[in-house]
Design a protein around this ligand. Structure first.
Ligand code: MG
Length: 250
């Protein structure tokens, strides 16, 4: 069931989204060669808890950390680890959400660790811009397929692929709400976007094949061919005045 929020609920939800965006920025500040993904997760958790909020992912479905930290060929759901030391040239996707006063925010960003290769940078840029294209299509009266089509068209024109097995989602009082927001699809198809819907748009883009595997830990999701992947996400409200990005740091 698609949940439409009142303007008042959306303005309350902005707080959770701002905390989520700030937490993501905190993570980015710590992405440097030599740090472990565990240490970054600790900084994220400390920041969220200091705001009186709760890390949305901690314990969600049994997930053991506050942030998903996915390095290089890991697409999403990487588990922070004391064993995993970041090195120069890694691309590091951090996905983090915060729950505050009844609502969740959810966002992700792929950070460069030191200097990355030109090809990695191009993948990151294309993925980040594909999120912007998806957001631009998140207009009241459009359909979910318009978002997916905008992302897919941009990504595939650059020779990359869009993950099929994982998609964006509604977000609000629950971390995952209806509808699903695929990063692929046909324009004009799917659930109609209504003012008051709040959705997480999150393109997951691969250098090679879009096929992914989930490792034995039941979380870590890697590209089938071992090539790089990037992931960017914003929580967005559908409003009569157009899409409003809610996960804004400040
Ligand atoms: Mg999400």
């Amino acid at each position: 069931m698609v949940i439409v929020k009142t303007a008042r609920e959306i303005s309350k939800m902005m707080d959770a989204c701002r905390i989520s965006a700030n937490a993501l920025r905190v993570a980015g500040e710590y992405v440097k060669p030599g740090i472990t993904t565990y240490e970054i997760d600790e900084k994220v958790r400390e920041y969220i808890e200091k705001q009186g909020a709760v890390p949305s992912f901690l314990g969600y479905g049994g997930f053991p950390a506050s942030a998903c930290i996915s390095v290089n060929n890991v697409v999403i759901h990487g588990i922070p680890s004391k064993e995993q030391v970041l090195k120069e040239g890694d691309i590091v996707s951090v996905d983090v959400g915060a729950f505050y006063e009844g609502f969740h925010g959810d966002n992700a960003y792929t950070y460069a660790c030191g200097k990355v290769s030109e090809s990695a940078q191009k993948l990151m840029d294309a993925t980040r811009i594909s999120l912007e294209k998806g957001i631009e299509a998140a207009l009241a009266g459009n359909r979910v397929g318009d978002i997916g089509n905008a992302v897919q068209t941009y990504v595939e024109a650059r020779g990359y692929s869009v993950v099929r097995d994982f998609v964006g989602h509604g977000v609000g009082a629950k971390l995952h709400e209806d509808p699903s927001i695929p990063n692929f699809g046909k324009a004009g198809r799917g659930v109609r976007l209504l003012p008051g819907m709040t959705i997480a748009i999150e393109p997951m883009v691969c250098e090679g094949t879009y096929k992914v595997d989930v490792l034995d830990d039941d979380w870590t999701t890697v590209t089938d061919d071992g090539k790089l992947a990037a992931h960017y996400e914003n929580t967005v409200a559908i409003t009569p005045d157009g899409p409003k990005i809610m996960t804004v740091a400040g």
